[in-house]
Design a binder for this molecule. Structure first.
Ligand SMILES: [Zn+2]
Length: 337
């Protein structure tokens, strides 16, 4: 959708909503910053804040219909970063963010993160196992407790005897025999789209409308809006060896097949198109880098936005040209990650 096709948010459905005055002030400040950035495009339209996800425009009176969204989602440690409309914000929470959060919660178990209790199944030798609650302590010790009401008679006794025998024999206890369970059914697809959404919002916060309105970004928004349909196959990868402790946005110029935007959030790496047809870009990603050879990404790192910065909307034409040059495989190459 081009910016000229913008619709105007319908405030009618929200007339009964109550907001605090403090939050309203924050919304207005962010609305104003976004509307100013949008005005920089010189489209001759009234002052709107345009939701970066659905591209509906909201007037100043409709600012309460926007919410400051956490990027990444709050359950994944994100901070409030950009305004999106309430429809887009609440839909994501229900549809996709809970899947990413649940997968991350279970990963925290593998990282020995204390403070969470996990429902798990402990498999003892001899084929009999038992349901337990497991928790890591701050000093790295794992404690498990049986839950009698979720176990068959004798199962906990058998497990207890097995653990005692191993302890007497001086044998360690294999943590691989413990399977942690998800609290609800999890869709890895929805979880990855949640990361795609977070990456796109971070890119919008950093680069602004001149990035969000690029033709190639349409496909990204469509994928976010239709998480269960596989419109893009390869946009996400886990980078468990990631050394970056801080989230990062990088204008990639290496390797050549990935030139575009990389958004890294902990172990999660999302690639977004920039200056290339989206279908060709993601097809290239799918074909390249899949042979197990380690890939080094490099380019120009942009600081992670503390608030919406709209860099491209305010950039001089020469700076915009430089960004385009970088993602076309040229320009600056510092800040390799
Ligand atoms: Zn929206």
């Amino acid at each position: 959708m081009s910016p000229l096709e913008l619709g105007v948010g319908d405030g009618g459905a929200y007339m009964g909503d109550m907001i605090t005055s403090g939050r309203a002030c924050l919304n207005l400040r962010d609305w104003s910053a976004g509307a100013e950035a949008f005005a920089q495009l010189g489209l001759g339209l009234p002052r709107y804040y345009v939701c970066p996800l659905c591209l509906r425009g909201f007037t100043e009176d409709q600012a309460p219909l926007l919410t400051r969204e956490h990027v990444p989602p709050r359950a994944l440690g994100g901070r409030r970063l950009v305004l999106t409309c309430r429809d887009c914000n609440s839909t994501a929470g229900h549809q996709i963010d809970s899947h990413a959060a649940e997968i991350e919660r279970v990963r925290d178990f593998r990282r020995h993160k204390p403070g969470n209790s996990y429902t798990a199944h402990c498999q003892a030798e001899g084929g009999i196992g038992a349901n337990v609650e497991a928790e890591w302590s701050a000093d790295g010790k794992l404690s498990i407790a049986g839950v009698p009401e979720t176990n068959a008679p004798g199962a906990l006794d058998h497990l207890n005897a097995e653990l005692t025998r191993r302890w007497r024999e001086g044998r360690g206890w294999p943590t691989s025999s413990l399977s942690v369970r998800f609290r609800h059914q999890v869709s890895p697809r929805r979880a990855s789209v949640s990361w795609l959404r977070a990456a796109y919002l971070a890119a919008f916060a950093s680069l602004g409308y001149r990035y969000a309105f690029r033709k190639e970004v349409d496909l990204v928004r469509k994928q976010i809006q239709q998480p269960d349909i596989c419109l893009i196959k390869s946009f996400y990868q886990e980078a468990p060896d990631a050394t970056a402790s801080e989230p990062a946005i990088v204008l990639l110029n290496q390797p050549h097949w990935a030139c575009g935007l990389a958004v890294q959030m902990g172990e999660h790496l999302v690639l977004l198109p920039y200056g290339d047809d989206a279908v060709s870009y993601y097809q290239r990603l799918r074909c390249a880098g899949g042979d197990g050879t380690p890939v080094t990404f490099a380019g120009k790192a942009l600081p992670w936005p503390e608030r919406a910065e709209f860099r491209l909307d305010y950039a001089l034409p020469s700076e915009r040209a430089l960004y385009a040059k970088i993602v076309n495989g040229g320009g600056e190459t510092g800040n390799a990650r």
